[in-house]
Design a protein. Sequence first.
Lengths: 383, 249
Amino acid sequence: MEFNLSEEQNLLIDTTKSFVKAELLQHEELLEKTNNLPKELYDEIKKKSIEAGLYACNMPTEHGGGGLNAFDLTLVEKHLGFASLALAEIAWRPQNILMACEGELVNEYLKPTITGERKDCIAMTEPGAGSDLRGMKTKAVKDDNDWIINGTKHFISNAHISDFVVLFASTGEDDKGRNLLSCFLVDLKQKGVEVAKGYDCVSHRGYVNNILHFNDCRIPARNILGEKDKGFELMNVWLEATRLTVAATSVSRAERAFDIALDWSANRKQFGKVIGKFQGVSFKLADMATEIKLGNLMLMESAWKIDQKTLTSQDAAMTKLFCTEMLSRVSDEAIQICGGMGLMADIPLERIWRDARIERIWEGTSEIQRHIISRSLLRPLGA
Amino acid sequence: MKILVTVKRVIDYNVQIRVKSDQSGVETDNVKMSMNPPDENAVEEALRIKEAGKADEIIILSIGEEKSQETIRTALAMGADRGIYVKASNDTEPLGVAKIIEKIVDKEKPQLILMGKQAIDDDSNQTGQMVSAKLNWTQATFASKIEIDGDNIKVTREIDEGLETIKMPLPIVATCDLRLNEPRYASLPNIMKAKKKPIESLSAEELGIDITPRLKQLKVIEPPKRSKGIMVADVAELVQKLKNEAKVI
């Protein structure tokens, strides 16, 4: 058992923190005020993130990525997550599911995505299929050497600046009549695809979600990722780790909110003393710090387990569940400690609090996580 | 040309310094340490000189306790070529440090030594000047601009009267000001490469140098708390108070 970080890991953290401080934080206000990330700014930060090696640091070195293991990647993601999401995600880490690319797809999709020439987005959710992914209506039908896709996806992050989408669609039914899913790579500029404006979200201003419409969209047969009808297996192999990204950014933002509250508690005077001297405030700080520490430990253990190839879906679910709910509690209490000032946009607390709300919903709601955890507890007992 | 850059491991500039209760020094346990900020400027300047094709090798030297090697590693991750670590007590005085640097210079024969203008822990601002004296090299302190021109070097210095530009032949010792440049952060690929770059380990005894402190530190205390300001009604009152109470005019 080793809890110390190595020299390299400390350097990775330093670099990520320096990048966040030097390139991202000063633009947060602009995003909050305009809900828009200007293209020139996006391009400039993207270039710097490529130079810093943060861009695609999750992808293997043989294809030009940074080759970080899951643990080191989690350190980077955590510290990037300190900044507003729309900014942090410019230092893009391509969906690791693209590692399932084979044959021509490697040169066509995987490699250019790692170098930053092309950008991916991912589409699973539909207006009628959220937590119940299997209920998706988007269909892909084989026609000679093509797949023909029809359907609608929504909540698709950053599709407007993406070149292609990793798309999950129904390709049939099993003998029990349940949907079978497959995964495809679809160019967004091609005929039959419409990238429409999404919704205005309370969390993560400047971070765009889109609606994708597929109308008889024809793609070559080889644009399938993994095997036909094995979409769920693909998700299980590749997408579990993305739950940790959400957990990592949650811990980082909780730390940020906590630091603001701590500073406030040590300086704000009421009734002749700093408010941190009142137990009503100091005990809150103690609880918040303890929860953050727990979240950090769960996060680091789960990340370590990915590298050991021992991460279970129960581990990932527990970590995602705890860290995201912890962020909500900590950001809420941080506002309580700062009182009226905590609600003002002059300090980032109200934003962290708003942004916290989505984390308990996307990448699997808290309820889905609890379902996964309880199922893995009860199943071995036959219940 | 070889450039020798010295770096010191100090308490991070963001840390709020606390004096130990026994007044023997400041608290360093569980305190974040980093590279002395003006030393980062020195490393950055060396990298820029090398990138401009005017230097072949950048050697990083750090003197102190074991963990100083981490500071060398940081400089290697920024892009420097190799490191030399000299084991010594963290309390080694500027003269002791200057003697060690003199030995390393004898061995490595650099043409340019870049140092931070001072370390933010003891704020001595002496080592660069002492190195210059020991080596009998020209010194250019508080550099805010450095230009290499063949065998000569032009340094713009921050002085009380403004900026002074001096030109001199190499070799020289230059101490760097924070305004010299904006230090880069190590890129991920460079962090990975730094792992493989060599750090040579030496000690003051091996180099045959006596670095016994000449000074005795009696105690360390916190500066007095700043008293609360007052509002004055007009300029006349301000002048009167500056004259009679503050006694500064």
